[in-house]
Design a protein around this ligand. Sequence first.
Ligand code: ME8
Length: 509
Amino acid sequence: MKNIFITTPIYYVNDVPHIGHSYTTIIADVLSRYQRLLGNNVFFLTGTDEHGQKIEKSAEQRGLQPRELVDSVVLRYKELWEKLNISYDYFVRTTDEQHKRIVQEVFQKIYEKGYIYLGNYEGLYCSPCESYFTATQAVEGKCPDCGRDLVLLQEEAFFFKLSAFQDKLLAYIKQNEQFVLPHTRKNEVVSFIEQGLEDLCISRSSISWGIEVPELGIELKNKHYIYVWFDALLNYITAIQYMENEKVFQQHWPAYVQLIGKDILKFHCIIWPAMLMALDLELPEHVFGHGFIYQGGEKMSKSKGNVLDPNKIIEEYSVDAFRYYITREIVFGLDGTYSDVNMRQRYNSDLANDFGNLLNRTLSMMGRYFEFKVGKSNEAQLSEAELILKKEVHDLEIRIRQNMQDFKLSIVLEDIFSVIRKANKYIEDNMPWKLYKEEQIDKLSNIMIQLLETIKVVTTWLSPFMPQTAQKVYEQLNISWQEKNLYNWGYFKEGMLLNKPEPLFPRKE
Ligand code: ME8
């Protein structure tokens, strides 16, 4: 049994969750459920990023205190995760006392190690907006937000010595081929580092909605708050009690995979690893930067009014159909789109026709020919053509294990559905109704058992992707969810009773 630690980004609570947030979280859930299925000890972490200017501003615009805003939006996340059947083990909020305390402890530790120092930040400052902008962000020397004049300001601030890790990081990424995934993103990170890393300003005096820089025993002109990204990235170790509970921390760290969208690649593949190196901690095994979901070829944005609400899709098609679409239709790692036409097609052809129908017709025949009672099995009597499914199912496991390890989720589903279609063809090829008419009951029973075993195994492999559906299938097959090793062949014994079929995915016209 291995310890497997899986993380998602922690999402900003300046607005309600949309399809993009559910994308990463569903993938993390699929990977977690898959690892649990193999018998591993999983710790699945998700949560929310609640500090910083973005949240402060958003609250102000709504006439709320930041605390009121974050407390209400965090509920929307938790509700959605419940609806989507997200089996997280811990939900971290950066406003948690534990998180805040440990972030301060870590800040102090890195300071003592000499990788944080007090310096001067120089930038273009907009005083009404209380924000700094870089020369490229400024629009003709004016504030990109309010259009007013920017002034060159200097203030004391803390810096993280990112530059000190440039060579070490580059060497690490080049030597560890599997660290930044997929490989195209690795190249992106490498070329960015090769351009040279500058030290990073990690404190702000212009905001107050954040974690205060701890008492370091030095005299400061201003009150300083920790930069929101420095605070947020540490969630991955504060949640597992770094510096406070060595046993828990050692059990989980280093993470197996940290899932992120391609938008936050530099934070996770440059800043975060450098922070870990500053703490003498190991780096995660994989950081996977997946692609973005677009709608109609466009980036989703509030102003365009094309932000997809997962709640609507779930209402129309069911939670599992949504989970299936997201993992099957979009190649993990690449960008993809959500389209209702494709969704409907996947739903009707893959889920209703192929999978739903396989279960339905198998159980109907079991009712008609055997009154739902499993008959005798004698594989020695089966010809090669009749044994073909067993071989397919056996080979499937080998491919699934490899592809899951490589995070090729859509290929896993493609493979599973290929076996499902073969099982449907198996029915047509072997014509159980003909055997029944000819009273070849032993042969018929054998063939039905091949089908039942196949359904049980494919359902088990599908369970990380579609947990509710798997449960429904198990109920119809009269199998307890708690049974172990359901992905193995050889469960059904003579005399076992099955239940009546009920449609899994009623067709959508
Ligand atoms: O960046 N397609 O939070 P965030 C796919 N708080 N995934 C998408 C997506 C889309 N269209 N839109 C968003 C933050 N995502 C920080 C993270 S971590 C220490 C701090 C997903 O609320 C994707 O995972 O903006 C992306 O990385 C994340 O949401 C950004 O969420």
